[in-house]
Design a protein around this ligand. Sequence first.
Ligand SMILES: Cc1cc2nc3c(=O)[nH]c(=O)nc-3n(C[C@H](O)[C@H](O)[C@H](O)COP(=O)(O)O)c2cc1C
Ligand SMILES: Nc1ncnc2c1ncn2[C@@H]1O[C@H](COP(=O)(O)OP(=O)(O)O)[C@@H](O)[C@H]1O
Length: 312
Amino acid sequence: MNKYMQTFFELLPEKQNTSAALGFFDGLHIGHRKVIGEAVKGNEKNLVPICYTFAQSPKSVLKNQPQEALMSLENKKEALSEIGIQHLYMCDFKSVVDVAPRKFVEDMLIKTLKAKKLCCGFNYTFGKNGEGNTELLSEICKENGIELQVLPPVEEKEGVVSSTLIRELIKDGNVRRANELLGSYFGFGGEVVHGQHLGRELGTPTLNQSLHEELVVPKFGVYASCVTLDDGRKFCGVTNIGVKPTVGNFAPLCETWMPDYSGEELYGKTVDVRLIDFIRGEKKFSSLDELKKAIFDNAKTAEKMFSEINNL
Ligand SMILES: Cc1cc2nc3c(=O)[nH]c(=O)nc-3n(C[C@H](O)[C@H](O)[C@H](O)COP(=O)(O)O)c2cc1C
Ligand SMILES: Nc1ncnc2c1ncn2[C@@H]1O[C@H](COP(=O)(O)OP(=O)(O)O)[C@@H](O)[C@H]1O
């Protein structure tokens, strides 16, 4: 982990020359990672690797719709720092929405952020009404003696890898494939909250977490997961995301039983849950006994899946 990444929420003049990754980068998928990786290579030329991005998705601001993000801002920060970004600009999209494309590049990126190298994806657009494209960017970079790296689309069997494609996979429950295209595991951190305290009676106490409003909601059902506690310990988990139709009618939530954990209560602690693979859809069981049997069964499947992963 690069401990030195600094985050800025507004544009500030850089002191040293920089190499900048440009984009919103929701989920930091394998295509995004190539763009960021190229900016990090600026290191070799004594350029400080920076990332210029926004706190809110430009699309959601323009359409005035809430976003269905793949990753919380907190997780994005951690991942960018791990990849080697040193300065992260998480600006307010509204502050640039009316800036002319050329002005955005010349004044903000080249003058203020001292960019000597710019890195973006093939479909990057910028400036007022998104009128700036990679052709204009290339022209401006040539005129100003700036290196430009435009990364080509990363393609997989489903087509061009995109945040939209990965959101659809997650909504379909195909988190295994989503994780492959993310190059990491979909999941979230969140505080452990109280439930009905029925789990412990079934012999399967679960840590309950609210779903993040801004994140995409996976298909309701049971997943193998990896849980990281706030002290860094990792456990195999079996996670249900849904409304628990067997025991009532609840708002959607995420609850995880860790078959190998028997420690202190975790209420109020922040716990990170990463989904590994889908096991089954959520069901209304006709008795608690049947539900309990299914949960124990699912835990066996989850333990096998957990034992097969090696980079979490
Ligand atoms: C692995 C797992 C699978 C679950 N599957 C279902 C399910 O298919 N249907 C359902 O109604 N509830 C399901 N649940 C939720 C249980 O109903 C819930 O954990 C139990 O009622 C305890 O709730 P509590 O945490 O509020 O005490 C599942 C829970 C876990 C941990
Ligand atoms: N193996 C375990 N897996 C998950 N949570 C556990 C485990 N052992 C103990 N706990 C604790 O038990 C609590 C869950 O018990 P449960 O009866 O399901 O209550 P709730 O309905 O509030 O979730 C969790 O918040 C956690 O502190």
